[in-house]
Structures are given as C-alpha cells and as structure tokens.
Design a protein around this ligand. Structure first.
Ligand code: SAM
Length: 270
C-alpha cells in the first residue's frame, strides 16, 4: 500500500490507472478507479454492509438513465463487486424512455431543463445491458410497482439523476415499504445538488428541496449528506460532495454492530 501511495503521486498516474485498471476491487474503489466511481463506491459499501449483516443479496438502482452511460457503469461495477464480496447484486434503471416530462413549476428548474431533454434510445441502451432490469415509464407510477414486486432484494444503493424536484420527490416513494425491503442505511448519490455559475441550486428548488421536504415529513427516516467524506478518501473527487445516506432509524438492524472487532486500534478499521 505504501508503494501504491507513492506511485499515485506521479503526474498522470490516475489517468494511466483508469486506462489500465489493475488491482483489487477494494483498492480501485478506494482510489476511484472506475467509470462513475461514485456508483462503484455506493455499491461496494452497501454490499459490504449487507455482508456484515448476513444479507446475501441486495438491489442497486439508478433513477434517470438517458443514454445509459451511468447504468452500464453501475452494472459492470456490480458484477465485479458481487464477485469480490460474495453478495448478489440486482440492478434496476428507471426512466420515462421519452426524455424529461414537462416541469411542474420553478421548483423543477425550467430555466435549466425542459420537456423532451435526454431522449433515450431504448434498444441501444438495452443492447449494452446484461442483467439489469430497465423500468420504463414515469417514476410516479413505476416506483411503487417495483417496490411492490415480489422478490425485491433489500435496497442498498440508489443514484438519483432525475434532475427535477417533482420527479425526485416521486421517486422517494421508494422509501415507503416495510423494513425488509431496505438495508438500515442506504447509500445515495444525488447528481444535481451542486450549483452552476448562475447560482441556480438551493434547498428551495430541485433535488435539495425534495430532500428537505422528505426530512421534514419523516421523524424516523432522514436523508443526510456524508459528513466530511473527503477525510476518508485518498484524493479529492467532486462526487464526494454529492453522496448522502438514507437512514432508517427504526430498522431492526439499524444498531447492529458492523465494524469488525479489533484487537488494537488502527487508522483504518475497515
Ligand atoms: C440527466 S438524465 C440522466 C443521465 C444518466 N444518469 C447518465 O448518467 O447518463 C435525466 C433522466 O431523467 C429522466 N426523468 C426525469 N423525470 C422523470 C420521470 N418523472 N419519470 C421517468 N424518468 C424521468 C429523463 O427521462 C432523463 O433521461
């Protein structure tokens, strides 16, 4: 590990490593050597949590698929992580299939996005996927259908990339099921929480508003930003500011001990 830490200081080392991604899955998750490293990070650590809890299979999801780059990356990472950790991983992708719906009002940021943006070539996306279930239709309907479907493994990681406040709020109905449908803490990634140079993002619009309303409406569930994630990462990556955790405080496994017992303290207990 010491030699690796020296090597990554060489200029362009990370670029080269991305082109030739050798090393264990854990090492590459730690250094962000994946396309969509945030998806690999959320999937890895939710599968790790499942393993600690003795849960053999989990579900990971992307809301908002468009051209499918993120979903293909999620599927590929899930296959590698499944192999390394021995936890089965089911993958779902949600999209209208016909691009963005009409915005409801200013809260959907119509000054940034609009109806018909990000139209998807459904056949092309399907051809790039092997095991993933692509769920087509408005998330206002499809989210509840998937949540109610038989055999859904506990949800461990969700990437939210629906852009709109209204779509993200609708997708949050995913959290309305029984405890058995979830890990006690679900890794979440929100793509649209960072501002642009015109200062458009804040907690009164978009994904941040959906999160804020969710937290106000629920006493026993909260969606919280990862605190100081940078401190536990090897290097700065911008997605670190977009990682959240959905906490389900009354989940029967919420307080189960998941950090390995150590004979002595080390810097990195995991
Ligand atoms: C920014 S794109 C997703 C990009 C993709 N995650 C990627 O990494 O390439 C946003 C997507 O959200 C979808 N979307 C937004 N609102 C939706 C809704 N209410 N129901 C279904 N899909 C929706 C749109 O169809 C669009 O494809």
């Amino acid at each position: 590990m010491g030699l690796l830490n020296q090597l990554v200081r060489i200029p362009y080392a990370y670029g080269l490593w991305m082109r030739f991604p050798f090393g264990s899955v854990r090492t590459r998750v730690d250094h962000g050597i994946f396309p969509y490293p945030h998806y690999a990070y959320g999937t890895y650590w939710s599968a790790f949590l499942a393993k600690r809890l003795g849960i053999p299979r989990i579900t990971v999801m992307e809301f908002g698929v468009a051209g499918g780059r993120g979903l293909v990356a999620l599927e590929k990472a899930s296959i590698e992580i499944e192999r390394e950790l021995g936890v089965g991983i089911d993958v779902f992708g949600f999209d209208s299939g016909g691009g963005m719906p009409a915005p409801i009002d200013y809260r959907d940021l119509p000054h940034i996005w609009g109806q018909g943006f990000y139209k998807m070539d459904v056949d092309k996306v399907k051809a790039k996927l092997t095991k993933t279930k692509l769920v087509l239709g408005d998330v206002r309907e499809t989210t509840g259908q998937v949540l109610g479907s038989a055999g859904l493994a506990p949800i461990g990681f969700i990437a939210f990339d629906l852009d709109y406040y209204s779509s993200t709020k609708a997708a949050f109905t995913l959290f309305d099921g029984d405890d058995a449908k979830y890990l006690p803490r679900i890794h979440c990634y929100f793509d649209d929480v960072a501002t642009n140079d015109l200062g458009c993002m804040n907690e009164h619009v978009g994904e941040l508003l959906a999160i804020s309303e969710f937290n106000q409406a629920h006493a026993d569930q909260k969606i919280c930003k990862f605190e100081h994630l940078r401190l536990s990462r090897r290097r700065w990556e911008d997605w670190q500011e977009k990682m959240y955790v959905h906490h389900r405080f009354t989940h029967p496994s919420y307080a189960a001990h998941v950090i390995p017992q150590l004979s002595q303290h080390t810097e990195r207990p995991l």
